[in-house]
Write a protein that binds this ligand. Structure first.
Ligand SMILES: Nc1ncnc2c1ncn2[C@@H]1O[C@H](COP(=O)(O)OP(=O)(O)OP(=O)(O)O)[C@@H](O)[C@H]1O
Length: 301
């Protein structure tokens, strides 16, 4: 069997107006593959065709031209959707159900037995962090972050091989974002394939193995994140703290070899990291306040 979970060939989509006249060319001759077990990111500015691509993969839209094969089947084959999970950009869940009832409802759609539904529901609620009181509250009372979590649980109810996530981290605070990213990485560990669209480039960089950048419906860049971002003209060496004399010696060695030191600095961590450490430290020690310029230690609280 092919290693490609998704094969898109020369895919175009033209949206038509009420009278059937072409209105918008949302995708123009897109070709790409997604391999089994990878996390693939679809990037692009507003209106570049990301959601259209995801909907074409699900068979919710018909292509104007080209073909899509997904899990070895044509995209219009509805049976393949039993092996796919989908988190849409906007939540379409029933507002008056609680988390348990929501997952039970979707479990029934997949014809799962009552015992199976109960087991899967417990597992997923735990996995997306909605255990405790949240589980029994109606979704209309949920925050954005909680809504995204139950949306992900719903997308995973059928233990899908392929998960399509439209803007999974949009509207989440840094804690929710970190959890969502960890949940996506867990899916890869479990051998699933994930395709996600996002505007949030740092999130994509953190989790995706490969990305494609679309612009006005056309594929502009595709490749592994590592390869695309790596600078091959420079070398970076990270060492323990060096004193002035040692630095001078290193510089002299490099000069003798025809190279030069362009920058000497201390590595910085990310703002996400600082934020998460501050929250963890505040939870662990509620009375603690940091002086201006002071920060929580690098050790995980
Ligand atoms: N149902 C529709 N009818 C007409 N035009 C549409 C329809 N859906 C999308 N479009 C148009 O197709 C183009 C691609 O839209 P799409 O939603 O796929 O982009 P996107 O990359 O997901 O954008 P965003 O980042 O804003 O979610 C846009 O110009 C959009 O206006």
């Amino acid at each position: 069997m092919s290693d490609n979970v998704i094969e898109i060939r020369n895919l175009s989509k033209v949206y038509r107006d009420f009278w059937g006249r072409p209105k918008v060319k949302a995708l123009n001759s897109l070709s790409l593959e997604v391999k089994r077990g990878e996390i693939f990111g679809l990037l692009g500015p507003n209106g570049s065709g990301k959601t259209t691509t995801l909907k074409l993969l699900l068979g919710l839209l018909f292509p104007t031209e080209g073909s899509v094969r997904i899990l070895g089947r044509p995209a219009h084959d509805v049976e393949k959707n039993e092996r796919i999970g989908y988190l849409p950009e906007e939540s379409y869940l029933y507002r008056f159900l609680n988390a348990d009832e929501t997952l039970d409802f979707y479990g029934r759609l997949f014809k799962m037995s009552a015992a199976e539904r109960k087991k899967r529901c417990d597992e997923l609620i735990q996995r997306v962090g909605l255990q405790g009181g949240a589980r029994h509250r109606q979704l209309k009372e949920y925050s954005k972050g909680m809504t995204r979590r139950i949306g992900l649980a719903q997308a995973l109810i059928n233990d899908p091989e392929l998960v399509l996530l439209d803007e999974p981290t949009s509207g989440l605070d840094p804690l929710g974002t970190r959890d969502m990213k960890d949940m996506i990485l867990d899916l890869r560990k479990a051998g699933k394939t994930v395709v996600m669209s996002s505007h949030l480039l740092a999130d994509v960089q953190d989790v995706c193995d490969r990305i494609a950048i679309l612009y006005r419906g056309e594929l502009k860049v595709i490749g592994s994140v590592q390869e695309l971002l790596e600078s091959r003209e420079e070398t970076q060496i990270l060492t323990s703290q060096l004193d002035e004399a040692t630095l001078k010696e290193v510089e002299q060695v490099l000069q003798r070899r025809g190279a030069s030191v362009k920058k000497v600095s201390h590595p910085t961590s990310t703002l996400e990291d600082l934020f998460l450490r501050t929250v963890a430290e505040s939870e662990a020690r509620p009375g603690r306040r940091f002086e201006p310029g002071e920060r929580p230690s690098n050790e995980k609280a």
